[in-house]
Design a protein around this ligand. Structure first.
Ligand code: UTP
Length: 286
């Protein structure tokens, strides 16, 4: 079985739900407590042993590239000013990982964004992570998936139970139990609650065999005239086993303003340095 080293971060969406915040700032660069969303995703991937990072970007996403690049001037200024703690934080980000950037020229959907990385996959397994689904856990979400990949050599999808009134917002799976694992048999993009095969939603964490990439070439534009990743996963599940994993951890839909605010509130209050004073201030304020 080939080791899992590659991971794709689709980050070329337009982030309309966050306008006007995302007019000139990419959604991925919005901060949760003290670092941008995309950094949480990259740290999670690295902790899962996936260190070949392919970022799919588009117009207006330069700051994502700058964030992971060396900032010689800033690092020098911090060093000269003796601000060692800040220097270490900044240089750690620039040395965190080797990142390849691929431009998605038109936002033709998540499936199309993944397909843009085709050239870099070279017949290897790969992860896909949507950084605006923030999942915080001691065992990182991507590691939870990687363990099932290492056990089976098959594709694995991260799942979370969603309440009935939210089913229409997600890709929902059908499954059967198989040797203690959940084998996915079908997936439907944004069904109504009454047509949904379960209440388990695909939650922005995936590991795929390279076959997924081949199938993506055959996917025709579907809902919203976009190339849907879900359609390719459904095709894959008809050809070879695709397993589901119930993700453990605190999950925030940081791609929506409500989920983003909640993530900042909860993770802010849990933060080692800022938590105690924030909790105290909120108590006085409310
Ligand atoms: P979303 O559905 O959240 O879309 O995409 P969006 O454009 O980012 O945000 P809204 O809905 O307009 O507010 C899910 C993920 O897929 C990426 C996005 O960047 C996000 O990480 N994506 C989506 C692409 O990279 N390219 C696309 O064409 C579509």
């Amino acid at each position: 079985m080939k080791p899992l080293r590659k991971i794709i971060f689709p980050a070329a969406g337009s982030g309309t739900r966050f306008l006007p915040a995302t007019k000139a700032t990419p959604k991925e660069m919005l901060t949760i407590v003290d670092k941008p969303l995309i950094q949480y995703g990259v740290e999670e991937a690295l902790a899962a042993g996936m260190d070949q990072i392919i970022m799919i970007t588009g117009r207006g996403k330069r700051s994502v590239e700058d964030h992971f690049d060396v900032s010689v001037g800033l690092e020098l200024t911090l060093q000269q000013a003796g601000k060692d703690k800040l220097y270490n934080i900044v240089s750690r980000v620039s040395n965190m990982a080797e990142v390849i950037y691929v431009r998605q020229k038109r936002a033709l959907g998540l499936g199309h964004a993944v397909l843009c990385a085709d050239h870099w996959i070279n017949d290897e397994p790969f992860g896909v992570s949507l950084a605006d689904e923030l999942i915080i856990n001691e065992k990182p979400a991507m590691r939870q998936l990687a363990e099932v990949y290492e056990q089976t050599g098959c594709s694995v999808i991260g799942l979370i139970e969603v309440p009935e009134e939210q089913i229409h917002k997600y890709g929902i799976v059908a499954y059967v139990e198989e040797n203690g694992l959940m084998r996915l048999t079908d997936m439907v993009e944004k069904p109504s609650a009454k047509d949904a095969p379960s209440n388990l939603a695909m939650m922005g964490r995936y590991v795929f065999t390279p076959r997924l990439m081949e199938l993506l070439h055959d996917v025709k534009p579907g809902r919203g005239n976009e190339i849907q990743l879900t359609d390719a996963i459904a095709m894959l599940a008809r050809e070879e086993p695709v397993y589901g994993v119930r993700l453990q951890g605190q999950r925030f839909d940081a791609g929506s303003p409500e989920g983003f605010l909640l993530a900042n509130a909860i993770l802010g209050m849990q933060h080692e340095e800022y938590g105690p004073s924030l909790r105290k201030a909120l108590k006085e304020y409310l």
